[in-house]
Design a protein around this ligand. Structure first.
Ligand code: MN
Length: 269
């Protein structure tokens, strides 16, 4: 299945492309949302994401280019720069802001929402900044891979998910091939952000492909080469109830999250 992202806006008016969490692909268990933000035009990103809450999942922000400043209600503060990753476990609750630290130039990256299993939704929030130099880079014949989480060709990524998953950023040169092992039964996707790849079908720039549930994923770059992110996760197979920035298992837990936010105890329960 190949899915195009849809253009939308979020935060205080940041233009972005929603790839998972859209009408075409509501979720891919355990992934709840994938956004790509990318623009040279400050009007598309300057308003940023002023303070807002989350509960029940993890946000993984991968900056290809640009500088963002993060602050949250637990006192954590971080600076995202080119090639860095911010791994935030919202757990029982966090209120944070994600604001650009630049007034011109290119901002480009991804935010992926990874669900937390039922018994971990109310764990204390956690935050980790991963500088670009701490993300292992694996060179293989025909390309390179940055390992954000999980293991690939002997390198282990610094991300520490609370459920089985991997997350790589791969560059594949013209006509080169790559095989990516995926554990049987895991849900996997790839999203092409430059160039074109060939799997069992053609996947172009700005398209996501949901991969098969069994066997390795065989990828070939088209003649202009390709850059893509690829992630896979063990499905939680649990009920999902969504309410804006909160993702829980039941409707009443969502209502409780809104109540806790409105009464100022979101991150104190
Ligand atoms: Mn957020």
């Amino acid at each position: 299945m190949v899915v195009p992202g849809i253009l939308t806006s979020d935060g205080a008016g940041v233009n972005l492309r929603r790839i998972i969490g859209s009408p075409q692909l509501n979720m891919l268990d355990p992934f709840l949302l994938l956004d790509e933000f990318g623009s040279n035009n400050p009007e598309d990103y300057i308003a940023g994401f002023p303070p807002h809450p989350h509960r029940g999942f993890e946000t993984i922000t991968y900056m290809l280019n640009g500088k963002f400043h993060h602050q949250d209600s637990t006192g954590n503060e971080g600076h995202l720069t080119d090639g860095s990753v911010q791994w935030m476990t919202a757990g029982r609750g966090v209120i944070h802001s994600e604001m650009p630290e630049q007034t011109e130039g290119l901002v480009r990256g991804f935010q992926l929402w990874l669900n937390l299993p039922k018994d971990k939704k109310m764990i204390p929030p956690a935050y980790k900044d991963i500088p670009a130099e701490n993300i292992p880079r694996v060179d293989f014949p025909g390309g390179t891979a940055k390992v954000i989480a999980g293991e690939f060709m002997g390198a282990t990524g610094p991300g520490q998910p609370h459920t089985g998953m991997f997350y790589y950023d791969i560059e594949l040169q013209s006509e080169k091939e790559l095989s990516i092992p995926v554990i049987d039964g895991w849900n996997a996707f790839l999203y092409v952000y430059e160039g074109t790849i060939l799997i069992d079908q053609t996947v172009k720039k700005d398209q996501l492909a949901v991969l098969g549930k069994a066997g390795d994923c065989q990828i070939k770059a088209a003649d202009q080469g390709a850059q893509f992110i690829v992630a896979a996760g063990k499905p939680l197979n649990e009920p999902v109830s969504r309410g804006g920035p909160f993702v829980m298992n039941t409707r009443s837990e969502i209502i409780q999250a809104f109540t806790d936010y409105q009464t100022g105890v979101l991150d104190k329960v």
